[in-house]
Design a protein around this ligand. Structure first.
Ligand code: NAD
Length: 265
């Protein structure tokens, strides 16, 4: 990240889950560069702490704090929100971004109940807990912006199945839409971010051969995986007042994937 820095989130406090890697890491740094104080949350304590170190090195002290939380556990999520308020006084933005795609998640016949439940606990229940405790705080300050990370797989069926993951991301879209409508007059906005396939650890560890990568890339008109920073920039738009009249959207950032029938040679 190089200067000049912006001020699109000046004076705002943002909580970001999954801040130790990929989209959450890039978004934490970008939000801080735009003036936000950032609460970096991850189940991986070292990852979250490394993100805070990076922000401190770039932007100085008191710009970020790390919290270890497992978003599938209500008490952890309650604590993370309380810590944000006790440290920085309020919450303006919540990015419910932590999620998993388990290697043993497959089709209807081969996916085990354990994998299904684990995926739902983190990807769906974790988002619910975050929204629940953020709403309480955002009401006190007259509003806020919540961004929930879903996926393009919630919008398109894939012949390379991860059934629990796909179902969990569909649930994120439906839940976000309903939250947006229920809380619209309280000025709490809820939008889903639907990333396309990205060059982050989550997907690259899953697509561990050239053949697996190419099986996906042929469907992306731009012909490349996305970068985490490209999602962070979309999250910044949804977090900031630039998107003040947007709520309840499925915000797709996918290199054209969802628009395509036949892709360019
Ligand atoms: P990533 O694996 O690089 O980062 C995810 C982070 O979430 C990790 O730091 C991990 O420790 C953390 N995490 C996992 N379980 C957690 C839990 N229970 N509590 C707290 N933190 C937890 O992944 P990424 O690619 O940056 O993905 C971020 C989000 O974007 C996920 O919700 C993912 O489903 C979604 N997404 C990713 C892609 C992609 O291609 N990478 C595409 C669409 C959607």
């Amino acid at each position: 990240m190089s200067p000049p820095f912006g001020s699109r989130l000046a004076g705002k406090v943002a909580v970001i889950t999954g801040a130790g890697s990929g989209i959450g890491l890039e978004t934490s740094v970008l939000f801080a560069s735009e003036g936000a104080q950032v609460v970096c949350v991850d189940i991986n304590e070292k990852g979250a702490a490394a993100t805070v170190e990076k922000i401190t090195a770039l932007f100085g002290e008191d710009r970020a704090v790390s919290v270890r939380a497992d978003v599938s556990k209500e008490d952890d999520v309650k604590n993370m929100i309380q810590l944000a308020v006790s440290r920085f006084g309020k919450i303006n933005v919540l990015f419910n971004n932590a999620g998993i795609m388990h290697p043993a998640d497959d089709n209807a016949l081969t996916t085990s109940e354990d994998i299904w439940d684990l995926t739902m606990r983190i990807n769906v229940k974790g988002v619910w807990w975050g929204c629940k405790y953020a709403i309480e705080q955002m009401r006190k300050t007259g509003g806020g912006s919540v961004i929930n990370t879903a996926s393009f797989v919630a919008l398109r069926g894939a012949a390379t199945p991860q059934l629990a993951y796909t179902a969990s991301k569909g649930a994120v879209l439906a839940m976000t839409r309903e939250l947006a409508v229920v809380h619209a007059k309280e000025n709490i906005r809820f939008n889903s971010l639907c990333p396309g396939p990205l060059r982050t650890p989550l997907l690259m560890e899953f697509l561990n051969t050239e053949e697996k990568k190419n099986r996906r890339l042929v469907h992306v008109p731009m012909g490349r995986f996305g970068e985490a920073i490209e999602q962070a920039k979309a999250a910044l738009f949804l977090a900031s007042d630039d998107s003040s009249y947007m709520t309840g959207t499925d915000f797709v950032v996918d290199g054209g994937l969802c628009a395509a029938y036949v892709t360019p040679e």
